[in-house]
Design a protein around this ligand. Structure first.
Ligand SMILES: *Cc1c(COP(=O)(O)O)cnc(C)c1O
Ligand SMILES: *[C@@H]1O[C@H](CO)[C@@H](O)[C@H](O)[C@H]1NC(C)=O
Length: 421
């Protein structure tokens, strides 16, 4: 029930409840919504939320499952979400700096710990400067509008993350979508954009639904040939791709050829919340002046900043956790392929088990939980129709035994549903 202020005075609730036209409108709206919900259920694309009653980690408690469950669907790639040093850093920051700032950054919401984290993230990515946001979704919503005007062109991979698509919608630049990871099509679009003032190529470093890696060397070649900047969203790469975990640009040897990087603190870097952009100092300075999600949303809470800072410090100090990912990923991918499953992508810890049918993906995921393994089926509209899958995500915190148990559960449920013989 909306209680509308009338000239700054709240109307008494009873006057709203008794208003019959309000009730009739509400009943009509409810019927429309129920109808829409029924059609989602009928299509087999309903997304339920299972209730976890423990910390995030490789072994979790899920409501109603009666015991510890193996978790293969978190973005907790490095197991830092419940790492004791990360948790302690959050507690220390909470005690020293309080629960939150009750302010945006430019009024009275910047503490030394925000500046310290920005500096550490710039150092980690080897870029000039960094700006923190409440989320990477916000980072993506804030960038294009500031950087790109009506005389500019944004060239974007057709399968980019929703936050990028929304961010680009908000800006007034010419928008050109190129076919997924298709360098020929990108070149065609770059030629079309030659009359624009600036060109920005935008791509996910790693695509979250398929676990495939953008062809950055080829993209950078074209960018240099046609005078474009390169922006990558590194949410599914920061912390663990590349020899030191710096990301897709490090993995593919183009750290000095990619200009702007957005990423998240909500995945490998402790998993709490927050996003950021790193890049040239004038760009970051301009974002602090103009970026709407930065200007008009609250500062990140100190405990969140404390946890993320510790996560980045651990990764700057040692590449060991990042390096442990590859062997675990390949153990899963190889065993599953041998068993007859189709796993999309290549060497990334996102391992999509391709099933096709939405209902099959969701039923198999339910059966996996009965075997004590928590995985989730993804279907339309998150992935294209007819390409439903179970997305398995490997973490450095999984043991070899955890991975083998997961594979065995897949073999049993896959046979039951006729996916493998
Ligand atoms: C998760 C994700 C985001 C959103 O990050 P948040 O910090 O959770 O808002 C943005 N882009 C990509 C590619 C992602 O995978
Ligand atoms: C990256 O983040 C900036 C803000 O930091 C945002 O304005 C921009 O839209 C983001 N870019 C992409 C491609 O997501």
């Amino acid at each position: 029930i909306l209680v509308k202020p009338v000239r700054g005075v709240l109307r008494p609730l009873s006057s709203v409840v008794l208003n019959r036209s309000y009730s009739a409108a509400a009943a009509g709206a409810r019927a429309v919504l129920e109808n829409e919900l029924d059609s989602i259920r009928a299509a087999g694309t309903w997304k339920g939320e299972r209730i976890i009653t423990s910390k995030q980690g490789p072994h979790i408690n899920v409501d109603g499952s009666g015991g510890a469950i193996l978790n293969f669907c978190a973005n907790n790639y490095l197991g830092l979400s419940s790492h004791p040093e990360v948790v302690q850093a959050g507690i220390d920051a909470l005690k020293q700096y309080g629960a939150g700032l009750s302010s945006v950054r430019f009024i009275c919401g910047t503490q030394d710990l925000h500046k310290h984290l920005e500096q550490k993230l710039a150092e980690f990515h080897e870029r000039e400067d960094c700006i923190l946001y409440a989320s990477c979704f916000d980072a993506n919503a804030g960038l294009f509008e500031v950087l790109m005007g009506p005389d500019d062109a944004v060239l974007s991979d057709e399968l980019n993350h929703a936050s990028i698509i929304d961010g680009i919608r908000l800006c007034r630049a010419k928008r050109l979508r190129y076919k997924h990871m298709d360098l020929n099509d990108l070149e065609t679009k770059l030629k079309e954009a030659q009359s624009s003032r600036m060109r920005l190529i935008v791509t996910d470093g790693v695509f979250s639904m398929d676990g495939d890696v953008a062809p950055l060397p080829g993209i950078c070649d074209l960018a240099e040939q046609y005078g474009a900047m390169v922006f990558i969203d590194e949410c599914h790469a920061t912390g663990f791709l590349g020899p030191r975990g710096r990301g897709t640009d490090e993995l593919l040897g183009v750290m000095d050829r990619v200009h702007i990087v957005n990423s998240t603190l909500g995945k490998a870097l402790g998993g709490a919340a927050g996003g950021y952009t790193v890049g040239p100092k004038p760009l970051i300075d301009l974002l602090r002046q103009r970026s709407r999600p930065y200007l008009f949303s609250n500062s990140l809470p100190p405990p969140v900043v404390g946890c993320a800072t510790k996560a980045v410090e651990l990764l700057l100090a040692s590449s060991e956790i990042a390096q442990s990912m590859t062997a675990k990923t390949m153990r899963f991918r190889n065993s599953m392929t041998q068993a007859g499953f189709t796993i999309a992508g290549t060497a990334h810890p996102i391992c999509p088990v391709m099933l096709g049918d939405a209902r099959l993906a969701s039923l198999m995921a339910d059966d996996m939980l009965k075997h004590g393994v928590y995985v989730i089926g993804f279907s339309y509209p998150v992935v294209p129709k007819g390409k439903a899958r179970i997305r398995v995500q490997i973490s450095a915190a999984h043991t070899d035994e955890d991975i083998d148990r997961c594979v065995n559960a897949f073999i049993q449920t896959g046979r039951k549903h006729g996916v493998i013989s």
